[in-house]
Design a protein around this ligand. Structure first.
Ligand SMILES: *[C@@H]1O[C@H](CO)[C@@H](O)[C@H](O)[C@H]1NC(C)=O
Ligand SMILES: *[C@@H]1O[C@H](CO)[C@@H](O)[C@H](O)[C@H]1NC(C)=O
Ligand SMILES: *[C@@H]1O[C@H](CO)[C@@H](O)[C@H](O)[C@H]1NC(C)=O
Ligand SMILES: *[C@@H]1O[C@H](CO)[C@@H](O)[C@H](O)[C@H]1NC(C)=O
Ligand SMILES: *[C@@H]1O[C@H](CO)[C@@H](O)[C@H](O)[C@H]1NC(C)=O
Length: 382
């Protein structure tokens, strides 16, 4: 009950943004504008190259990222900060490699989140006080009725050392990979996906950010999950992202939801246009693009993280710089925040989860922190 009250406090403390823009549109409920696609097989950002490396990324309102020798710096020095950036484009099945160092600080959460407009979600999450593990999680269509999907894996001092965290995502399976070693494979047919309905399968954007899960106003259940109350004596707490490499297995200028099902088969990929010439890195692997959805499975693909490519490769040959207009989709929208609140309250009332693997958090306090990132984003999108 204490947790339920705290959840109510969370809802009050974080007034959610209710953006009415097109990107707030949930394609399983409404007919929505198509998503801007990455019209290239590969994209890379080397954030050690300065702010010029941030093309095709947008920062959440209130976010200022600095770019130093260790890459993009997501700095939390006081309560109320949740530095977050996201790609301006969506990918439709693909692979993301993020070389990063998580923020320290009890209760500080660092996140790598892939998220779609209909709230499919794939997460890596790091807790500042957990120096030995990283959490993986996923959601389909914002379904938060169960908390059995998070699994923690060992990783050595993610706050002190750079590691590369990868999601390799096809219509058949999702692989979570640390430094080239697959730690978790989630098959579409896994019972956790409930016949695929909870399997993430719609075009996603990549969001990177950190936020304070141990700050005042956050639900107690969330604080416990995040590792405890945050103090700022050790601040600033900085998450560093050195580089990001993205492969899009279905490069296209846009993606359309063909119906309200949110199934990957319903996603339409308009034919590529002549003004979107493939980049050289696209030839790393072949992608059929005949108007049909093709989930290419890449095996042993190698590509280089090209510092120049970040600015050279844009989803649409244009530079989107307006964060506010571009990020109306930041999940501060009502469906997302509603889901977040539901997750928190459901968690607080649920019994021990059947979470597998070892967890630093108590089993019944495992939260969908990707959704909590959404909460943080909602707060800062005001
Ligand atoms: C990228 O760098 C420019 C120039 O410093 C800055 O105005 C912009 O906010 C940055 N965007 C992100 C996502 O950090
Ligand atoms: C949500 O997921 C649960 C299992 O976690 C499943 O039992 C339920 O049917 C799902 N709900 C929908 C609407 O798919
Ligand atoms: C966080 O601080 C509050 C208020 O002091 C306290 O009631 C709560 O038990 C603390 N939570 C944790 C996980 O330490
Ligand atoms: C690409 O840019 C052109 C020109 O600005 C625009 O007309 C078109 O709608 C854009 N396509 C996508 C998919 O964003
Ligand atoms: C894509 O191209 C194919 C072959 O030219 C054509 O049959 C199909 O209608 C096109 N689809 C779209 C959405 O334009």
């Amino acid at each position: 009950m204490r947790l339920l009250r705290s959840t109510a406090a969370l809802a009050v403390a974080l007034p959610f943004a209710l953006g009415q823009t097109s990107t707030d549109c949930n394609p399983t409920q409404n007919s929505c504008p198509s998503d801007n696609g990455l019209n290239s097989g590969a994209f890379a950002s080397d954030f050690t190259q300065g702010s010029g490396s941030n093309a095709s990324w947008s920062a959440a309102r209130g976010t200022t990222i600095t770019y130093g020798s260790q890459g993009a710096e997501f700095i939390i020095s006081q309560a109320g900060q949740a530095p977050t950036i996201q790609t301006d484009f969506y990918i439709f099945f693909g692979r993301i490699d993020v070389k990063m160092k998580a923020a320290s600080g009890t209760g500080i959460v660092s996140s790598i989140v892939l998220e779609s407009d209909d709230l499919d979600e794939i997460d890596w999450e790091f807790l500042g006080g957990n120096t030995a593990q990283v959490e993986t999680n996923f959601f389909g269509k914002g379904n938060t009725t169960a908390y059995d999907r998070a699994i923690y894996y060992p990783v050595s001092t993610p706050q002190n050392d750079f590691h590369t965290y990868t999601v390799d995502w096809t219509s058949d399976r999702i692989e979570f990979i640390v430094d080239g070693t697959t730690v978790r494979t989630l098959a579409y047919t896994d019972p956790l996906t409930v016949g695929g309905t909870n399997y993430p399968q719609t075009p996603m954007r990549l969001k990177l950010g950190s936020w304070c899960g141990g700050c005042a106003g956050v639900a107690e259940g969330t604080v416990e999950w995040a590792g405890g109350n945050t103090t700022f004596e050790g601040a600033p707490y900085i998450m560093y992202v050195e580089s990001v490499a993205i492969q899009n297995y279905n490069p296209a200028g846009s993606y359309e939801y063909g119906d309200l099902t949110g199934s990957w088969q319903s996603i339409k990929i308009p034919n590529s246009t002549s003004d979107s010439a493939p980049t050289s890195s696209q030839s790393v692997f072949g992608v059929s693009q005949s108007g049909a959805v093709v989930a290419t499975t890449v095996t042993g693909a190698s590509y280089s993280v090209n510092a120049a490519s970040a600015s050279a490769q844009n989803a649409n040959g244009t530079m989107s710089t307006s964060f506010v207009s571009a990020t109306t989709e930041v999940p501060g929208s009502s469906p997302s925040t509603g889901a977040s609140t539901t997750r928190a309250s459901a968690t607080s009332s649920s019994g021990p989860s059947s979470q597998t693997g070892t967890s630093a958090a108590s089993a019944n306090n495992v939260l969908a922190a990707g959704s909590l990132l959404s909460v943080a984003l909602g707060f800062f999108m005001l």
